[in-house]
Write a protein that binds this ligand. Structure first.
Ligand code: ATP
Length: 345
């Protein structure tokens, strides 16, 4: 029977270090089997939350539950979780096999079973036969997979991952993102992943919690955070957004309420272009600059009302690096009012 309680639940959790409010009244629930990511800039409180789940640290206030059990005051070894760190933390003097088997050695599991389970774990992370190597004889990506194998061998119910791909180069990082997601599917347990990289968070997570200054600004699936950001911070931290408020907003929508609109939702056209059907925002201005980025070109347009708007235009045409419009050209921006997201904070 499956346990209906969430794998992890924070209720009004705070962690203060003297006057530093690292985590401030944070509440969330992670259902069992979810790939949950804590995303935010450096110092926003993500690692502190992860350490609180692991039991390496205790909250100043609030409660933490794992599978319905209050673990707020329990030490790490009484929690059914394991952690993978960015720096792998493999023991250099031990072989790969000994590193992976470490948790089983501590539990005095017999040798034959240890060997069987190490082989199973090496299969799982797609590195069969490497058990005799030393960590120094492995690439960064391979070391990270060994760290994963070591963390999974005890069959924890929750795996905590603290920027585990941070030390890898971009290509390898992208490959590991795909593998990590596949691995999570295969083992079927809850993953709690910490990163400051929004693309990484978007590519792997079932849901993301966006952290800022020790608080969660918004929690939701990647597409919801991107399509319906509720705050200025989320609108700008998750992807690129145009923020409009006051007179600039009123000129477009009739209301001064602040809103965000994504660059790719805006059509860039000649000044004589018709808005077409539907309820549209229409704004004229001139091209200030453009950036050729391969797949698309980014135009910065200065509107006649003074606002600056970024527009992304897909490069379908050859020689797009020349820019369809040049700095100084008069242009018209048109987008559906439905693409505007009202902002709360
Ligand atoms: P990063 O991505 O850089 O790891 P983070 O979002 O994980 O950042 P935390 O490490 O959780 O952020 O830190 C949140 C705040 O708490 C920071 O201002 C940090 O300096 C502070 N902090 C964390 N641990 C301690 C500690 N042991 N003593 C004092 N302050 C701390």
């Amino acid at each position: 029977m499956t346990d209906p309680s969430p794998a992890v639940e924070f209720t009004d959790v705070s962690r203060h270090f003297d006057e530093v409010r690292a985590v401030e009244r944070v509440s969330f629930r992670i259902p069992d089997g979810e790939f949950f990511t804590m995303l935010g800039p450096s110092g926003s409180g993500k690692t502190t939350c992860l350490r609180l789940i692991a039991g390496f640290d205790r909250p100043t206030a609030g409660h933490i539950q794992l599978f319905g059990r209050d673990v707020t005051k329990l030490p790490p070894y009484e929690r059914d979780v394991n952690t993978v760190f960015q720096n792998y933390a493999l023991f250099p003097h031990m072989t790969v096999g000994e590193n992976i088997a470490y948790g089983l050695m501590v539990k005095k599991v017999p040798k034959a079973e240890r060997e069987r389970r190490v082989a199973e774990m090496l299969e799982l992370v797609r590195l069969p036969g490497l058990h005799r190597r030393k960590p120094s004889q492995l690439s960064g990506g391979q070391q990270q997979r060994i760290a994963l194998a070591r963390a999974l061998i005890n069959h924890p119910r929750v795996l905590l991952l603290d920027e585990p791909l941070g030390a890898l180069d971009l290509k390898l990082r992208q490959q590991m993102q795909i593998e990590l997601k596949a691995l999570q599917h295969e083992v079927g347990i809850t993953f709690v992943f910490v990163t400051h990289d929004q693309e990484e968070a978007m590519s792997m997570s079932d849901r993301i919690a966006v952290f800022n200054l020790g608080r969660i600004e918004q929690i939701g699936p990647p597409a919801e955070l991107y399509e319906q950001p509720q705050t200025r911070f989320v609108a700008t931290f998750v992807g690129t957004s145009n923020l409009l408020e006051g007179d600039a907003a009123a000129a477009l929508t009739g209301s001064p309420t602040a809103f965000a609109v994504r660059p790719e939702k805006i059509r860039l056209d000649d000044e004589s272009a018709e808005a077409g059907s539907g309820d549209m925002c229409v704004a004229d201005g001139y091209v200030q600059e453009f950036l050729y980025l391969g797949m698309h070109t980014r135009y910065i347009v200065k509107l006649d009302n003074g606002a600056e708007i970024t527009v992304a235009r897909q490069n379908e045409q050859i020689a797009a690096e020349q820019g369809v419009w040049r700095p100084g050209d008069r242009v018209r921006l048109i987008w559906p009012k439905l693409a505007n997201n009202p902002l709360q904070g």
